[in-house]
Design a protein around this ligand. Sequence first.
Ligand SMILES: [Zn+2]
Length: 289
Amino acid sequence: MRIHIIQTGTVAIKQVQRSRRPTGNPLLNILLDPHWTEPLPIFAFVIEHPEGLIVVDTGETARVAEPGYFPGWHPYYRYGVREWVQPEEEIGPQMRAMGLDPNDVRWVLLTHLHTDHAGGLAHFPKAEHLVSRREYANAAGTLGLVRGYPSYRWPRWFNPTLTDMQPQPVAPFPDSYPVTQAGDVRFVPTPGHTAGHLSVLVTTSEVNYFLAGDASYTQALMLAGQVDGVAPDRLVARQTLERVRAFCQAAPTVYLPAHDPDTPDRLANHQVVLAQPDPADAMQEVTYA
Ligand SMILES: [Zn+2]
C-alpha cells in the first residue's frame, strides 16, 4: 500500500474561521473579521491499495477563477474565502503525471462536501463515491447551497453511495465503516467541522494514517482542542477533537489534515503524533486570533 499526497492549489480563510471566537454569531464573526490567514494548501490523497485505487477528497477545481462559479449572493463566497488553483494543479492532471489513471480509481472517499474537497469530482466519473448520509443530506439542494455547499456544481452523474456507520467500534470512536474487504481502510465518524464529517483511517502493521479532512485544520489545533469557526455544534466538535487526540496518543498515528502545511512532511517521514505533545507547540498556532 502506498499513500500519495496531492496539493490542488491554496485557500485563504479568515483567522476566526481557523480558531473560533467563543462569543458572537459564527458566520458574522467570519464575515466581519478583517484578518486573513496566509494561503493554506488544499490536499487530497491517492492510496494505491491491493483492492484498487482509492482517492480521499478530490481537492479544488481551477474553475473557481471563472466569474460566477460561486453564487455571488452568498456572503461567505463573497467575503469569507479566497482560492487559487491552476488547471495543472487539479487532481486529475497530477495523477496522470504520477502515472495513475483517474479512470482506474475504484473508490472516492469524501470526508465532507465543501467545495475544496469536492471540486475535483469531475475527474472521477467511473469511481464509486462514498459520503456520509448526513453530509449529503446537508449539502444537497437549495438548502445545501445556503449552508455553503455549491451543490449545483457537482457533476450531473454524481450519485454517491450514502454510508451509515456500522456497529464496528474503533476505540474511542463508537462505530466505523469499512471500505476495503481487508478492513484496513475505513471511515470513522468525526462530526464537528460539518455535522456529517468523516475521517479516513488507514491501518498498516506499523502505523495508522489518519486522513482527517477538516476534522481540524492542523495537528496543533487538534491537540489544543481548538474548535474551528464554522462547526455547527461546538460541543460535538470538541468531543470529536478529544476522540481524535485519544486515538492518536493510544497508537502510533500519522495525522494528516487537508490544510496543514506540515502534512506532506509528516506523511513522507511517517512522523507520528507524540504521546506527550509539547504544550508550547500546541498553543503556538491558536493564539493569533
Ligand atoms: Zn471544509
